[in-house]
Design a protein around this ligand. Structure first.
Ligand code: MCF
Ligand code: FE
Length: 407
């Protein structure tokens, strides 16, 4: 049993409660909050963890969408236009994956932990990140990716997917949760999409899908025109989109799914408020999408929305704190201090809901002891969440299920 005290605790409940000069007792879970002296009397055997005078404790971050296998990207990928990026990915994805050795992936995860992230939604395209993910000590939702447009290759694609998926199932435990990523409506035909959905239903898996991300995807799916059309014409004159938006969305009825990007989504009412959520990757959208997400509109829809960094294939950092700072810059229509609180919830409570972790995302009795300890200077309490986002580069300590990580 342990005891820890902080000058400020961001509970990250819906009201964004900040506890002042409080302590809590924990083992794997949080047991009790209270005054330090009282808790010391009540739990004489609890070991006190030393914190500095200006300490701040908050729930560990959840980065709900990244691609660890693309972590070796430096100058390989081209930005500013989606199709140009996609072509550069197709050209370099195998070599990038080869360069992303186990050590690099472990190091990448470590860097995410240093910036306060304990839980990672990792999209795995090749399965080469499996062992480092399992060994990392981070909590990983491991989304095995399936994609393929040509029906003639379906059996090969299914076999390749099943090999990776079954391998990941062998490692399933509290900290490693296999799941499925159906890549996107422009890349995955109906047979493969149904195959993925059936499997997700059978195994009660979470699903993730890239959806309505770029101008090119939007024009292709809605109007059968634009840059995708120009590109596809090189291969086949009569090619049509693989899905209509409404039919594609209907596939996800009853299935817990993270819809990543949704920059060009209009059909908010077609998503399920309880099972569906939107992963917002602001930095990635700036590099690839030619539009930013209208956050006001999404919040108004009542859908759950949370942050993801995407991979180093479309970001310069996998730090959720960097991602929050990018969000502060782009969502200019929000009052800054209230946006800061919202962003903190979008990295804690909201992704926990999306990923169906009822015991993560906020610091409450009975929840898992996943939290980070930071240091913050003196400032007006109303400024605290904002100042924290602006100034914090790394956390001092990170605890996952009550265990301190080696940072
Ligand atoms: O989220 C970004 C942009 N949208 C789509 N895909 C990816 C992203 N970052 C990496 N990817 C991967 C994806 O998982 O790029 C490939 C897939 O393996 C594109 S399709 C050949
Ligand atoms: Fe992605």
């Amino acid at each position: 049993m342990f005891l820890i005290y902080a000058k400020n605790i961001f509970v990250c409940d819906e009201k964004f409660t900040i506890l002042k000069n409080q302590a809590f007792v924990f083992d794997k879970k949080i047991k009790e909050f209270g005054n330090l002296q009282n808790l010391q009397k009540k739990y004489p055997n609890a070991k006190l963890i030393k914190t500095s005078k200006n300490s701040l404790i908050l729930p560990a971050f959840i980065n709900s969408h990244t691609h660890l296998e693309f972590s070796a990207n430096a100058y390989d990928l081209a930005y500013g236009d989606f199709i140009t990026w996609l072509k550069s990915v197709i050209k370099s994805r195998v070599s990038l994956n080869e360069k992303a050795k186990k050590r690099l992936i472990l190091n990448t995860i470590k860097n995410m932990q240093k910036t306060g992230t304990a839980t990672i939604g990792a999209i795995s395209s090749f399965g080469s990140d499996l062992i480092p993910c399992v060994k990392s000590g981070a909590r990983i939702v491991y989304f095995n990716e399936i994609l393929g447009s040509s029906e003639s290759e379906n059996e090969i694609k299914k076999a390749d997917f099943l090999k990776r998926f079954n391998e990941s199932l062998k490692f399933k435990n509290d900290l490693f949760i296999p799941a499925i990523s159906l890549h996107s409506p422009y890349s995955t035909n109906l047979t493969l999409a149904k195959f993925a959905l059936n499997l997700a239903k059978t195994h009660k898996n979470l699903l993730s899908v890239h959806f309505l991300e770029s101008k090119a995807e939007n024009e292709w799916l809605r109007k059968e025109s634009g840059d995708f059309k120009k590109w596809f014409l090189n291969f086949n004159k009569n090619i049509k989109p693989l899905h209509k938006i409404d039919d594609f969305l209907a596939l996800f009825n009853g299935q817990r799914t993270l819809f990543t990007h949704c920059v060009f989504l209009k059909e908010f009412e077609k998503l399920d408020k309880h099972l569906h959520s939107i992963t917002h990757c602001a930095f990635s959208n700036r590099l690839l999408s030619q539009k930013s997400l209208n956050l006001k509109r999404v919040l108004k829809s009542g859908l759950n929305i949370h942050l993801g960094t995407d991979g180093l294939s479309s970001n310069i950092s996998l730090s959720i704190l960097d991602e929050m700072r990018a969000n502060l810059l782009i969502h200019k229509e929000f009052e800054l201090k209230s946006l800061a609180k919202k962003l903190l919830l979008m990295a804690t409570l909201y992704p926990a809901k999306a990923l169906n972790f009822n015991d993560l995302g906020s610091l409450e009795i009975g929840k898992s002891a996943d939290f980070s300890v930071c240091e913050i200077g003196e400032c007006d309490e109303k400024q605290l969440p904002l100042q924290f986002i602006l100034k914090t580069k790394e956390v001092k300590d990170l605890f996952i299920r009550g265990e301190k990580c080696n940072l």
